[in-house]
Design a protein around this ligand. Structure first.
Ligand code: SAM
Length: 425
């Protein structure tokens, strides 16, 4: 019996064959994905055009990694359920040539087939029965890869990352959801270690830590194949994290990944934090050489306790230490949301604008402190957030919030100065 996906403000009609997963709460996730893919598609067309202007050779010869000659993009919806995402992409994203909607459930594939017919998109969307890992491995050859791959699993996406990074075309986009927030937020460090090769603890900034653990896991998977990621936008909302990363091929940049990941020392008493990158890049002419950083922790005092309060230090990570969003990309998403009628029709248009505006204002600083906790540490009543921000700016430092936490204080101001500000405002 066909139902309509009432929550999604999409142009696709969706029916269900047996018990097939459909979560209306994820409408924001799907609207964001459609918006990102619209921008990705436009950037892809512009890139192809630029490349063909550089030389008169046909695109396939010029760019040995180009996988199709018509310039249209190929998308894999690897964990497709009812096929709703694939249908929305086929109707709402321009210049899409082919979408594979894959699932390993008979009911899901039957639903996808039904929905493809219902929507008349048989020429673009193919329902595919298969284990996602196998399907992705079968498409890792250069001429079989996808420009965009969507991973939207139940729980963790960690088991899909190795095959996913291999089947994304060069400059393609990988879009990953994880809903195992308890694991990513430090409730079970042993599960986090098993799934993501990282450990963390419960912290006020745990949602950004979760995003950075996932980004490190994707980059690390990519590095094994001389590839690396460029995060475009990384979001923590509701009960999940969602990251959009470009995947590039290149030995030189892949070698730099060790400088972009590291652990973070966290004080269990005053919550001060210090990032420790895995590798250090050589200076000037030596910049292709990498070495281990010398141990010179500013947070560690006598007996390896925190220098500020003599409490124990924890070491969390490894996490991704480089910027987690591309500001030019987020700005183009915001312009698109402001100026295109199809964006205004999205059911979560207002929320998209709100979240992406916050994202755009975020400093590229690693992690954040929480306003109430800072006041608590120095034992003062909680001051007005605006007064703290003004004092930080007045002292010559930068400050922003974070979309991950309404009470976040993201700043490059030193810890001691921050506490002084909380004591004085
Ligand atoms: N993306 C869908 C949406 O937006 O409505 C929801 C996907 S649902 C959370 C996860 C789907 O992944 C289920 O339909 C399940 O059958 C499928 N799945 C889980 N593991 C899989 C695997 N290894 N290979 C293929 N499909 C898988």
């Amino acid at each position: 019996m066909a139902e309509s996906a009432a929550g999604d403000s999409c142009q696709a009609k969706v029916g269900f064959h047996g018990p097939v997963f459909y979560n209306p709460v994820q409408e924001f996730n799907r609207d964001l994905t459609v918006t990102v893919l619209r921008q990705f598609s436009e950037d892809h067309q512009n890139f192809q055009k630029e490349q063909s202007e550089k030389t008169d050779e046909p695109p396939r010869k010029k760019n040995k990694l180009a996988i199709n000659e018509d310039g249209k993009i190929r998308i894999l919806d690897a964990l497709s359920a009812s096929g709703l995402r694939a249908l929305r992409f086929s109707k709402e994203v321009p210049d899409v040539g082919f979408i594979m909607a894959n699932d390993f459930s008979d009911n899901a594939v039957a639903s996808i087939q039904e929905n493809v017919k219902l929507n008349g998109v048989e020429d673009i969307v193919e329902a595919h029965f298969g284990d996602a890992v196998m399907t992705m491995m079968e498409h890792r050859g250069i001429d079989k890869r996808f420009h965009a791959v969507d991973l939207d699993p139940y729980g963790t996406a960690s088991t899909f990352l190795d095959s996913a990074v291999q089947c994304v075309a060069d400059r393609g986009i990988l879009m990953v959801t994880c809903t195992d927030m308890a694991v990513l937020c430090g409730n079970t460090p042993e599960a986090c270690y098993n799934k993501y090769d990282a450990v963390t603890t419960r912290m006020k900034c745990c949602h950004e830590v979760g995003l950075r653990i996932l980004l490190r896991a994707i980059d690390s998977a990519a590095n094994r194949y001389t590839r690396y990621i460029e995060p475009l936008v990384s979001i923590s909302v509701d009960f999940y994290v969602r990251v959009f990363v470009r995947v590039h091929t290149g030995a030189f940049q892949a070698k730099r990944s060790g400088t972009k990941v590291g652990t973070v020392l966290v004080c269990s008493g005053c919550h001060a934090m210090e990032p420790l990158p895995m590798l250090k890049r050589g200076e000037d002419k030596q910049e292709n050489k990498y070495s281990l950083p010398t141990i010179r922790h500013t947070l560690t005092g006598p007996d390896s306790l925190c220098i500020h309060c003599s409490h124990r230090l924890h070491q969390i990570g490894p996490i991704y230490l480089a910027p987690i969003h591309s500001k030019p990309f987020v700005t183009s998403l915001l312009n698109r949301l402001k100026s295109t009628p199809e964006a205004e029709r999205l059911g979560t248009h207002g929320r998209l604008q709100g979240v992406l505006t916050m994202v755009n204002e975020e400093l590229d600083e690693i992690l954040y402190y929480e306003h109430d906790q800072m006041a608590n540490v120095v034992k003062v009543s909680v001051p007005k957030a605006q007064s703290v921000r003004s004092a930080i700016l007045h002292a010559g430092y930068q400050v922003s919030g974070s979309h991950c936490n309404p009470k976040a204080v993201k700043t490059n101001a030193p810890m001691q100065l921050l506490w002084d500000i909380y004591r004085q405002v």
